[in-house]
Design a protein. Structure first.
Lengths: 185, 236
């Protein structure tokens, strides 16, 4: 993907290596964290996030010219989240992207029909999660976000035993709720 | 109806592309980052995670932060091994069981004995090195930061002064206040006193008796940074 004028302009403060490293890290992370429905928008999110990031850093550069790698990563995340939220609100990104082009772009991992079904199941899971008892809801949410038992217990400050119990019971409740809704993931 | 695999559940959960109806209720991106980095704790972290259970955009944002951090913080990565079964719940438990299986019984006993010795030695060291007048700063997240206000006592709106203690002289502070649903209310940086008045207009939309959550980040003179747990305050 070619570097835009904005990015070249920002090179006064961010080296090409830094931008390239941020881009590749963002691309990898977005690919892993964002699901199939986002497949056709990943490049746009990464590109827009980088644009936004370099603009922001340019503004801040006078006050804080030394950006630590962690600061850059955090700022890149903030810019990417803005893009994700914007996309979820209206399917549009900060760049004036041609919506028709976006719609024509084939999804890398799922057809439109499958994506639609997935979205419905995803919503059903959310609704069922909302109905779970407090601690089970938390445990299952962290689990569904990809965490293992030790990580979940650490994140929630619970013992491993308590965490495992809550996840298993919470998942049982979740499946029961989905069955009642007639949903089969 | 077949029981869906846990991996499938994760996949489908991630497919929700909705955003909270009231988008202003979505937490600040810095809070999402802090939660994924495990520096957000207590009520604030729990409220945020609950939010991700119903907001697809914030759930994706949390996963994105976790992925970005995972390259720098290996301990945040899932403990997966190639030999474990495919099902995620099996992997979830396997992290615990596989370690237990490979550990000889006497190793546990030896470890317990070492732990007792180490704790005793550490306790003796503490008593010997810290005099009665010397402050002892903890190294746990939040350091020694403690709130100095009663969380249940309602504060007048024109006098919401948050006070804290526990950091050495010369420390500067950043403060962040949110609603109990994590909507941002107020932020301030570079505070030199261990107290801060929240501007009245920042509280204008809060109903009577509203609870606010606030955290303090202390920048110590030696370069360390402490972030407090989430404190509460009640507004009249």
């Amino acid at each position: 993907m070619a570097m835009s004028d904005d990015e070249r302009h920002s090179d006064r403060r961010l080296s090409e290596e830094t931008v390239a490293d941020l881009r590749s890290r963002l691309e990898r992370a977005v690919a892993r964290a964002c699901p199939s429905w986002f497949a056709s928008h990943r490049d746009d999110v990464v590109q827009n996030a980088l644009l936004k990031l370099v603009r922001r850093l340019e503004e801040e550069g006078g006050r804080n010219p030394d950006f630590s790698p962690m600061y850059l990563l955090r700022a890149a995340h903030g810019a990417a989240v803005d893009e994700i939220r914007r996309w979820c609100r209206g399917g549009k990104t900060t760049l004036a992207l041609d919506q028709e082009v976006l719609e024509r772009r084939p999804s890398a991992e799922a057809g439109p029909e499958r994506s639609c079904v997935s979205r419905e199941i995803g919503r059903a899971i959310q609704e069922c999660l909302e109905g779970l008892v407090g601690s089970r809801q938390l445990a299952v949410t962290v689990f569904l976000q990809g965490s293992t038992a030790p990580e979940t217990s650490r994140r929630l400050g619970w013992t491993l035993g308590k965490t495992e119990k809550l996840v298993y019971r919470g998942l049982a409740d979740l499946r029961h709720c989905l069955r009642e809704k007639g949903v089969e993931p | 109806v077949t029981t869906p695999s846990d991996d499938r559940l994760r996949e489908e959960f991630a497919s929700a592309q909705n955003i909270a109806v009231d988008a202003t209720s979505c937490p600040d991106t810095s809070l999402i980052w802090d939660s994924a980095a495990e520096t957000l704790t207590g009520d604030e972290n729990e409220s945020l995670l609950r939010h991700t259970s119903t907001c697809g955009a914030c759930a994706a944002s949390w996963r994105l932060a976790r992925e970005l951090l995972s390259e720098d913080l290996p301990q945040a990565l899932p403990e997966e091994t190639p030999d474990t079964p495919d099902d995620a719940s099996s992997r979830f438990a396997e992290g615990r069981r596989s370690r237990a299986r490979s550990r000889p019984w006497w190793l546990g006993l030896a470890a317990a004995a070492m732990l007792v010795l180490a704790v005793s030695f550490f306790a003796i060291q503490q008593f010997e090195t810290v005099g009665p007048g010397e402050p002892l700063y903890r190294t746990t997240p939040g350091g020694g930061l403690a709130a100095e206000i009663d969380p249940a006592a309602p504060l007048p709106r024109d006098e919401v002064v948050l006070r804290w203690s526990g950091a050495p002289a010369g420390t500067t502070y950043d403060i962040r206040a949110t609603t109990d649903r994590l909507a941002p209310l107020h932020r301030a940086f570079g505070i030199e006193q261990a107290e801060h008045r929240v501007p009245q207009d920042a509280l204008a939309d809060l109903p009577p008796g509203a609870v606010i959550l606030w955290t303090v980040t202390a920048h110590l003179p030696d370069g360390r940074r402490w972030t407090s747990v989430s404190f509460r305050a009640t507004v009249e």
